[in-house]
Design a protein around this ligand. Structure first.
Ligand code: HEC
Length: 147
């Protein structure tokens, strides 16, 4: 009896949850090419294309820093990863799309940080408008520590 009631209820719940996440999931497709659909970084031989986004302070900390990394990229300083965190400003020129991808990474892969609204995304874009080149790891550390 219990099972008969629960099964359709769970189906409805999982359908509505997946609708809510769909925009974010789509917006994450670009990132997945390097960070892998599971967020852990695409393995490539004995290295990885990109680091894991699971438990990353840059992902779950101050959202303005996450926006900076996505929009401007990270200066390539080492060869630990096969890929490069390229500036993705052109691909996320839409504030809603930027908000969607930020919310997706902050709330997926067991990350549990606050969602980012379209208004927040617009604010971060304006905040970093003067930054013209990929940010250094040192700068990211410094900004992350401020939290
Ligand atoms: C072309 C490959 C590539 C793509 C596409 C890409 N990244 Fe990255 N990402 C990297 C690499 C490589 C690094 C590590 C950079 C370094 O430290 O030198 C990185 C680092 C990061 C970091 C810093 C993680 C930490 O804890 O230090 C975040 C956050 C991040 N990426 C998010 C994203 C998001 C979100 C997207 C999609 C909007 C994305 N990346 C798309 C390759 C990529």
């Amino acid at each position: 009896m219990k099972k008969i009631i629960l099964t359709p209820l769970l189906a409805v719940l999982s359908i509505s949850a997946s609708f809510a996440n769909e925009a974010g999931k789509n917006a994450y497709m670009t990132c997945a090419a390097c960070h892998n659909p599971d967020g852990k970084g695409l393995p490539l031989g004995d290295k990885k294309m990109a680091p894991s986004l699971v438990d990353s302070k840059v992902v779950t900390g101050d959202a303005s820093v996450l926006a900076l990394v996505i929009l401007k990229g990270i200066k390539k300083e080492g060869s630990e990863y096969m890929g490069m965190m390229a500036p993705l400003e052109a691909a996320y020129a839409d504030d809603q799309k930027l908000a969607d991808v930020m919310t997706y990474v902050r709330q997926s892969f067991d990350n549990k940080a606050a969602a980012v609204t379209k208004e927040d995304a617009a604010k971060y874009r304006a905040q970093w408008a003067d930054v013209k080149e990929p940010v250094s790891r040192a700068k990211i550390e410094e900004l992350t520590k401020k939290e």
